[in-house]
Design a protein around this ligand. Structure first.
Ligand code: UDX
Length: 442
């Protein structure tokens, strides 16, 4: 398996690895040497299996990859191709599973005569949207008709605000759309497409791709403890050290009383937006845990001092443990797909505040397909007001839809567990994948 150096990409990939190892395969996860410096708990403390191996991306370890992202990507493709090829040239591999953002890995696999699987890390619905968009199979907004709604098989009607960034005519010129375009027009390079989802969650979208370019969901790929499986100390890899003390604080809170707020590893909110969220949390009078990665938290009206008995602010939380805690009532999230799968597996309803990429579509699924949450609406300046946040908090904690949202979340939690349990839909898909790998070797 080849993974990108990112928390949200490495962890689901590691969990596929563990599931394959449990079915009897040998698995190695290759990633860049930089990943070792970026993660606080990579080997030797990360429990095997699967073992890691590393290749150089052609840059020194202290090179700022985010600040020089475009040139870094070129360097990664060039040196990754050479170094990964060297790494695997003496190994007898029967399959390479790769992250979709590392398109060059498929070429390395082909050059070595090894069948390649792509692991799609976003919802299967997003895979269906991008496939249709980049192969020009359906109509999407254009510069002359930017507000058209999109009707696709297996998906709800998508308005502009529900579409992923990389089909919007205004964003189509960056390097990611170019990469998606090349990838989705060359899907024959992949013998398999694996998904981090489960059939019961995205049935219609998955079925809509069956005759085009099927995707096989193996998930949800979240820590086993969230799925009621045996605790195997799987915390995944951590790019930031989690502040575990918030669990002790949670232990003292009443059941279903605490609001959890986190916007994942990439999204950064403006100071004005942070102030509105702070005000809303304070006015809600509910206990809260808020993950604030920025070093400077804006402090409206002495927010930190006034809420010191009401809530906890951490720079990084043990999120899956927090979501699984009985004191958590709801999750205000940017709708990153890992966070969505984690909240579904924990049965926690959602207040959605999507920013970009797949997140707007994920929010649409949360509200209209999974029916486990509400969506925050921004004003004309792109800011979600404190009144809007307070409205959604009231609604989800105690409003007329509260019981229905909680009950839907609980049902999906059960469905997630059934999917990965022996004989469940995702378990069957893993067995099928393993059988096909073995067959292609003989
Ligand atoms: C990125 C993209 O932003 C997202 O749109 C896409 O769906 C996946 O890749 P990211 O923004 O990091 O992901 O969000 P998410 O997918 O939710 O992953 C964040 C991970 O970090 C989750 O596994 C979450 O449990 C973990 N996390 C987050 C923590 O462990 N502690 C925290 O405090 C916050």
């Amino acid at each position: 398996m080849v993974a990108l150096s990112s928390q949200g990409h490495l962890n689901p990939m590691l969990r596929i690895g563990k599931r394959l190892v449990n079915k009897g395969l040998h698995v190695t996860l290759a990633t860049t040497e930089f990943t070792v410096t970026a993660c606080s708990n990579l080997p030797p403390s990360t429990p095997p299996p699967p073992p890691f191996c590393f290749f150089s991306d052609g840059q020194s370890l202290n090179y700022d990859r985010m600040a020089n992202y475009e040139s870094y990507k070129k360097s990664l493709a060039k040196f990754g191709t050479i170094n990964l090829s060297n790494l695997i040239s003496h190994k007898k591999l029967s399959c390479i599973i790769t992250n979709p953002f590392l398109t060059w890995v498929a070429d390395v696999a082909i050059n070595h005569g090894i069948p390649c699987a792509m692991f799609w890390i976003q919802p299967c619905s997003l895979y269906a949207i991008y496939y249709r968009f980049y192969n020009k199979l359906n109509s999407f907004p254009t510069l002359t008709d930017p507000d058209m709604s999109v009707e696709l098989p297996g998906l709800p009607l998508l308005h502009t605000e529900d579409l992923p960034s990389y089909v919007l005519p205004s964003i189509l010129f960056g390097s990611l759309p170019k990469m998606f375009s090349e990838m989705f027009q060359n899907m024959k390079r992949y013998k398999w497409v694996l998904g981090n989802s489960f059939f019961g969650l995205e049935k219609d979208a998955i079925e809509s791709m069956a005759d085009l370019c099927p995707i096989s969901p193996l998930g949800p790929l979240v820590p086993p403890s969230l799925l009621g499986e045996d605790e195997d100390h799987d915390r995944g890899v951590e790019m930031w050290k989690a502040e575990d003390t918030c669990i002790e604080w949670l232990n003292k809170e009443a059941p279903s009383s605490v609001i959890y707020v986190s916007f994942g590893s990439v999204v950064v909110l403006s100071a004005k937006q942070m102030e509105c969220i702070a005000k809303a949390l304070k006015n809600s009078n509910s206990p809260f845990i808020w993950v604030v990665k920025q070093p400077d938290l804006p402090e409206p009206d002495g927010f930190l001092e006034e809420t010191k008995d009401q809530g906890v602010i951490v720079s990084w939380s043990p999120q899956t443990k927090v979501l699984a805690h009985p004191a958590i009532a709801c999750f205000i999230t940017h709708c990153g797909w890992n966070s969505v799968l984690e909240t579904i597996s924990a049965g926690v309803p959602v207040i959605a505040y999507p920013k970009w990429s797949d997140q707007p579509t994920n929010a649409k699924l949360i509200v209209d397909v999974f029916r486990i949450g509400l969506r925050l609406r921004a004003n004309q300046d792109g800011i979600v007001s404190n009144e809007e946040v307070e409205r959604c908090i009231r609604e989800i904690m105690d409003g007329p839809k509260c019981v229905e949202l909680k009950s839907n979340a609980r049902e999906l939690r059960i469905a997630a567990r059934e999917a990965v349990a022996g004989g469940g839909s995702s378990d069957k898909n893993i067995l099928l994948f393993v059988d096909e790998i073995i067959e292609s070797c003989v």
